[in-house]
Write a protein that binds this ligand. Structure first.
Ligand SMILES: Nc1ncnc2c1ncn2[C@@H]1O[C@H](COP(=O)(O)OP(=O)(O)O)[C@@H](O)[C@H]1O
Ligand SMILES: N[C@@H](CC(=O)OP(=O)(O)O)C(=O)O
Length: 450
């Protein structure tokens, strides 16, 4: 039995839903289907989830909501009409969105409940469409499926008891359509995963029903060794390990959510990334072990912007017991999560995503570090990008660091920070954002074209 997840690009309009239905019907093993909300139909289009976020924010700020609500309804209306489905489905969707918007009991988690309406509505539409084609298909709400999550709005985590409940679905007859991106807390509050989180639902369902394969359908033929918007026609990756994919997705491969790897990895479910527009292509497999030598030493180069470095310097920092802990405690107190913390004898840098430390919070943190830690210097450098080279074979190969630093030099890019050693499968470089594209292109040339 397989779990197939279709991303936003795969369900953007009626013509895509027809392709999705063909894919589902072409393999009887595809029993559990997880869907996203309709994504962009063309590059300047707006994802339904973004429209729902706007709707929620407008409502909370007492601004007019009619226009954006109409846009959302229109997306579903066109889809329903083009699939020749009953108008009653649209009535149900409209009514559900309206209830979520105005129900006083939802005051606490209205934004999450609204955000989930894109996947919820799409799951209803897809199951009705499959039924209209004569298939036994059932819409299954994540609450009834047993997806229980922590009470962290917008960044829920699955609770272990979900897996036992999901296992009971194995005996279900016909095809089950489950909306991705959300679950319910123990006290029945709808709570969403982080953005892009339908991949996470797919992995949880695959682990719960013990699927033999988790297929993740998107809009590219495979995972490429570098972001295809930075390098034209980059090489395709045929096989990756969970660990490699986790590092690559964390650092910018938006094709698969990094948090989706854990449930699949723990349950040892292989993952296959495939293209809804080209389902015959074999795609990329993500597995526990990859035969060494089946690809180069570096399997992928990931890159992401939007980081800052909080640099702290104090003479004899190395001798001061608890300095690192006290610095990080200030971040804990201020509710800031950090990504990396490379350190030297008298210096420590903490790498943080910029949205975690807005300017007003920056001042508070700097003052606290100065007053409480008695440092010689504290400074924040913004507009940084991180580039990550990933590959299981890297730690046993000579010369990866020298080849990469040469590639940065060739592109006239100054390296601000190197972090090697924390992970066995990656080496990370911090550089200025404006240099990211040319640095990635130069690294691609060095590791994939030379
Ligand atoms: N290394 C990569 N390989 C493949 N796709 C990538 C990579 N890095 C970024 N992407 C982007 O990820 C997109 C697919 O992910 P996403 O938009 O989340 O799809 P979906 O709508 O199916 O959830 C691709 O269109 C591509 O632009
Ligand atoms: N619709 C949600 C969840 C998701 O997974 O979407 P997509 O499959 O389009 O990445 C979002 O936009 O975040």
């Amino acid at each position: 039995m397989k779990v197939a997840k279709f991303g936003g690009s795969s369900v953007a309009d009626a013509s895509m839903i027809k392709k999705v239905a063909q894919i589902i019907m072409s393999d009887d093993d595809r029993k559990f289907i997880v869907v996203s909300a309709p994504g962009k139909r063309y590059s300047s289009d707006i994802k339904v989830t973004d429209l729902l976020v706007e709707l929620g924010e407008r409502f909370v700020n007492a601004q007019p909501v009619d226009e954006v609500q109409a846009k959302i309804v229109e997306r579903f209306q066109t889809m329903i009409e083009n699939l020749s489905l009953s108008e009653s489905i649209l009535d149900d969707i409209k009514e559900t969105i309206d209830t979520v918007l105005h129900d006083d009991r939802l005051e606490d988690n209205r934004l999450d409940a609204l955000k989930a309406m894109g996947e919820d509505s799409l799951a209803k539409i897809l199951s009705a469409y499959l039924q209209s084609l004569g298939k036994k298909a059932t819409y299954m709400n994540p609450r009834d499926a047993g997806i229980i999550v922590s009470d962290e709005p917008g960044s829920a985590q699955v609770l272990d008891e979900s897996y036992e409940l999901l296992a009971k679905l194995r005996n279900h007859d016909g095809i089950m359509i489950i909306p991705g991106f959300f679950g319910y807390t123990k006290d029945q509050k709808l709570t969403t995963f982080p953005r892009g989180g339908s991949d996470i639902t797919g992995a949880i369902v695959a682990a719960g029903v013990k699927a033999k394969l988790y297929e993740n359908f998107t809009d590219v033929d495979s995972v490429f060794c570098v972001n295809p918007t930075i390098v034209d026609n980059p090489k395709e990756i045929k096989e990756l390990t969970y660990k490699e994919m986790r590092e690559l997705s964390y650092a910018g491969f938006s094709v698969f959510h990094d948090e989706a790897l854990i449930p699949a990895f723990k349950a040892k479910i292989p993952v296959c990334i495939k293209n809804t527009n080209n389902p015959e292509k074999e795609g990329t497999m993500i597995v526990s072990n990859r035969e060494q030598g089946s690809t180069g030493t570096v399997v992928g180069i990931a890159s992401d912007k939007g980081f800052l470095s909080l640099y702290v310097s104090k003479y004899l920092m190395n001798r001061e017991i608890g300095f690192g802990k006290n610095l990080l405690q200030i971040l804990v107190d201020e509710g800031i999560s950090f990504e990396h913390a490379p350190s030297g004898i008298d210096d420590m840098s903490v790498i943080i995503r910029e949205d975690e430390l807005p300017l007003e919070k920056e001042q508070v943190v700097i003052e606290r570090i100065k007053n409480e830690l008695d440092v010689d210097m504290v400074a924040v450098e913004r507009d940084l990008a991180m580039i990550m080279l990933v590959g299981e074979g890297m730690n046993s190969t000579y010369g990866v660091a020298s080849r990469s630093t040469q590639a940065f030099a060739n592109a006239c890019v100054n390296i601000e920070m190197i972090n090697q050693g924390s992970s066995e499968v990656s080496v990370m470089f911090g550089i200025k954002e404006e240099a990211m594209e040319r640095a990635v292109q130069s690294l691609y040339e060095e590791f994939f074209e030379s």
